[in-house]
Design a binder for this molecule. Sequence first.
Ligand code: SAH
Length: 351
Amino acid sequence: MEKIDILSLTLPELEMHVQEMGEKKFRAKQIFQWLHVKHANSFEDMSNISLELRTKLSEMFCIKQLNIERKLESSIDNTVKYLYRLSDGMFIETVLMEYNHGMSLCVSTQVGCKMGCKFCASTIAGFERNLLPSEILQQVYRTQSDTGKKISGIVLMGIGEPLDNYKNVMRFLELVSCPDGYGLSLRHVTLSTCGIVPKIKELADKKLGLTLSVSLHCPENDGRSEIMPVNRTYNVYELIEATREYIDKTGRRVTYEYAVIDGVNSDRENARKLATLIKGINCHVNLIPVNTVKEREYKSSRESAMKFMNMLTEMGINATVRRTLGSDIDAACGQLRREAEKQTEKSGEGY
Ligand code: SAH
């Protein structure tokens, strides 16, 4: 019988299991705290639980582990990038960044991605599988244990499309914000999406209080479909409408991500179309000079992004250029995993 993934269980679910095992309900809370507060990686560590129950637990449940395959530390800022190996041998990336207000962690939600954005390294090798809630959580717990630094904010902006793994991501959010566990307020969480409209609407109805970040990257349909195939299913006007709805229902400001790519989406005409598209929406535009990915030819610079920002500001749009962190360790998502996979392919150790 396959063991149950205990880290993906909510407290009420764990209580049910524990009671079915003939134990008192309060034991579940103790176990939950070992997992989500003390970040125990084994049942043996749970010293206030009887040996007998610990043995029973280890027969029924497993604690999903992440192993540090590689760790790169920036010498420019305090950015740390982890390449984690999952229990089935696949790789994901997690990036820890230091801001004035604390440590923020960028987590992956899938192994690979099916969205096919042309400028993104995460999508090049295609999609493997969804991450389990426990595997998203362990990126937080493992990184915190390794660095000893409390993580005060999470951005779902690593490998994968969070709204394409909706169920597991929602469960992750429930677990990470549980007051008996890690207890992170969802006000400190940002979810980034390439624009899966029906899921944005579902998320709006949940009124979770998190920040929604929408990867826009182009203000009109033809150009956007060219670089982001998802636009052929949910076009840019439907996407903007869905974000308006999100703002109305949640009262939260939305962020539009815009990777500035020279010769593709960076001229005055694009700025004008973007300004018209989002005028009057309670939003902020986050400009990023596109990160060059080895397999792609897209290029940009901080200067181009600043120029585009000035055009938008003149047109009355609230925009900033995102600070680049960890530039010496290739902190853009998906690149380390690509390298690791190429190496496993070469050495014939493929899974
Ligand atoms: N799938 C989600 C989240 C993952 S990507 C999404 O699409 O939003 C996180 C952000 O990085 C997205 O805004 C994405 O478009 C952007 N991004 C991906 N590759 C990039 C690159 N090479 N340069 C700049 N931004 C990039």
